[in-house]
Structure formats: structure tokens, C-alpha cells
Design a protein around this ligand. Structure first.
Ligand SMILES: [Zn+2]
Length: 260
């Protein structure tokens, strides 16, 4: 297995995500059967029976015998394909991200955490229905404006963007005052070092794959290297979209962008 590989929990009664690679270590949460986790960078000295993973934004260790690469166990469509995410709910499932962005997003979280800066991936794939819901905020719905992008105009709809938020004392925090200001600066710097671009002041937590044009995405020209977990969801979202904004043509109907 390699970093970024999607793994599914195969244990029939769930699996502990532990803080350290040993059975007696603190359980961070119990991952249900079928849950998707992503293999993270392994640490030196970790016993072979343990694998370090990222699960819904948290990182920890699971017993290696109870996870398997998704490609070998994914028989049915994932829950997000058969059951669209409600528009007021975010998804932090790395499964639905394009593999290129997925690997970079995980690398950014790892690098920040290694510096003691507690960022996690807060929102990953965002369905066009949720983009419409967020776009309405501050316009036709109460609240502050949170996005400039209509459905299919945000990289989130293509699995090519993520929102990274501080997670301290078991709480999400958007605080950028005092010493935390420098943490957000590090998010942007490390993002850029990993080939991502920040929107900075307008959408502080947002990083997206750099050197793309949203017009290419809207025309159905996607980065190459997509895997089935990304592609199946995107195709589903395109086929299911019924809003006034035009969805892109389905992947496969247009040539992919080159890796250059
Ligand atoms: Zn965003």
C-alpha cells in the first residue's frame, strides 16, 4: 500500500482508530464497517501490523488486517452516490476528491500537523446543490455572504478544492487573531509549496489545485489521473443536476487535460 491509497474498513463490528500503534492506546473513534480511510505517511518504527491513516479529518492508527484497498472491496456505489449529501451538510470524505488534489490535501495537513499547527480537512467534495445553498446565503437567505461561486463555478464541484480549518480542543476554529494569524499564513505557504492556490482573505480556509481554469472544468476538461471513486461521484452529480446552471459534459465525453 502507498500514501493516498483509499482503504475500507473490513472488520465486521467496526474498527478502533487509535492514537498510537498499539492495542492499549487511546481509541479516537470507532470506524464503522465499510468506512473509508486514506493511508497516510507511515512513521519510522511503526509495527507492520499497524497502518497510519486519515479518517474524516482525524489521524491515527488502525490494525492492518482489518482494512483493504477500496478498489478490491468497492462493489456497490458509495453512500454519497446513492444518497446525495443534504445541502446543509458538508462532506470531508477524501474518497470523492480527485486523486491529485487528494494527495496534496493530505500532504498539506500532514506538514502543518508536523509543525504543531492543528489544521484538518473540514470540507472536501461539495455537491452543486450545496453550492447553490451556500450561494443563497446572504442573498436570498439570511447570513453573511460565504461564496462568490454559483454551482459548477467552484473547484469544490470537481473534487479539486478543500477547506482547511483549525481543530483545537475538539472544536473547529476559524480564529485568525493573535498567534493563529501565522498559522493561516502557513496554510497558504505550505499549500502553495504543494501546488495548491489559496483564495486567502476572501475564503481563508480554501485551497484548490493551481494552474487550472474553471472554464476548462465547466467544459468537461478535467485533470488526468482520476480514479473510479472520484469519477463515479462526479458522473453521478452531473447526471443528477437539475438546477439552472449548466453542468459540464460527463467525463469521458471529452479528452482529459494533460499532466503538463
Ligand atoms: Zn472552499
Amino acid at each position: 500500500m502507498t500514501v493516498g491509497t483509499l482503504l475500507a474498513v473490513t472488520a465486521s463490528s467496526g474498527l478502533h482508530l487509535r492514537a498510537e500503534p498499539e492495542k492499549a492506546a487511546k481509541s479516537l473513534r470507532v470506524l464503522p464497517t465499510g468506512a473509508r480511510v486514506v493511508e497516510a505517511e507511515q512513521q519510522r518504527g511503526t509495527p507492520a501490523e499497524w497502518v497510519r491513516v486519515l479518517a474524516d479529518g482525524a489521524q491515527g492508527f488502525v490494525a492492518a488486517t482489518f482494512v483493504a484497498p477500496v478498489a478490491t472491496v468497492l462493489a456497490a456505489p458509495s453512500r454519497s452516490m446513492s444518497q446525495p449529501i443534504a445541502p446543509d451538510r458538508r462532506s470531508s470524505d477524501p474518497l470523492l476528491l480527485h486523486p491529485t488534489f487528494r494527495a496534496k490535501a493530505l500532504a498539506v495537513v500532514d506538514a502543518l500537523n508536523a509543525e504543531g499547527i492543528p489544521f484538518r480537512l473540514f470540507e472536501a467534495y461539495r455537491a452543486p446543490s450545496r453550492q447553490a445553498y451556500l450561494y443563497a446565503q446572504g442573498r436570498t437567505r439570511p447570513g453573511d455572504i460565504v461564496t462568490k461561486a454559483v454551482p459548477w463555478a467552484s473547484y469544490h464541484q470537481y473534487g479539486l478544492a478543500g477547506d482547511f480549518v483549525l481543530f483545537e480542543d475538539s472544536r473547529w476554529s476559524w480564529d485568525a487573531a493573535g498567534h493563529r494569524r501565522a498559522w493561516w499564513d502557513r496554510l497558504w505557504v505550505i499549500g502553495e509549496e504543494n501546488g495548491l492556490e489559496a483564495l486567502k482573505r476572501f475564503e481563508r480556509p480554501h485551497l484548490q489545485l493551481a494552474r487550472l481554469e474553471v472554464g476548462d472544468l465547466q467544459a468537461g476538461r478535467f485533470p488526468s489521473g482520476g480514479d473510479s471513486s472520484w469519477l463515479d461521484n462526479l458522473v453521478w452529480q452531473i447526471e443528477a443536476w437539475a438546477g439552472p446552471e449548466r453542468a459540464p459534459p460527463s467525463p469521458g465525453e471529452r479528452p482529459a487535460l494533460s499532466d503538463a
